[in-house]
Design a protein around this ligand. Structure first.
Ligand SMILES: Nc1ncnc2c1ncn2[C@@H]1O[C@H](COP(=O)(O)OP(=O)(O)OP(=O)(O)O)[C@@H](O)[C@H]1O
Ligand SMILES: [Mg+2]
Length: 75
């Protein structure tokens, strides 16, 4: 079955004066139709950065450094 959303090797870094913060560094997952997907982790582990990256809402000093993702869309 084709996933609704496929994410591969997503990397998003925040470039701060003290150096890069590798907030998301090689995240991959598939979301299947009808599946519930929870993103769980301690504060600061990168949950919001993943969501913002996929929506292309990351703003400087954050930059999507790599990765690819595609969605078949909802029908
Ligand atoms: N604008 C920013 N500038 C620099 N570092 C940032 C910025 N936004 C987030 N970070 C850093 O990126 C990392 C991931 O943050 P993120 O907000 O994605 O985590 P989170 O899992 O959503 O945390 P929470 O559960 O507290 O919402 C953290 O180390 C955070 O300090
Ligand atoms: Mg968050």
């Amino acid at each position: 079955m084709t996933p609704l959303l496929q994410v591969r090797d997503l990397r998003t870094y925040y470039h701060t004066p003290r150096g890069p913060v590798k907030a998301v560094d090689g995240v991959s997952f598939d979301l299947q139709a009808g599946q519930r997907f929870g993103l769980i982790g301690e504060s600061g582990c990168g949950k919001s950065t993943i969501a913002l990256s996929l929506l292309r809402l990351i703003r400087p000093p954050g930059y999507i450094e790599g990765g690819r993702w595609c969605s078949t869309g909802l029908t």
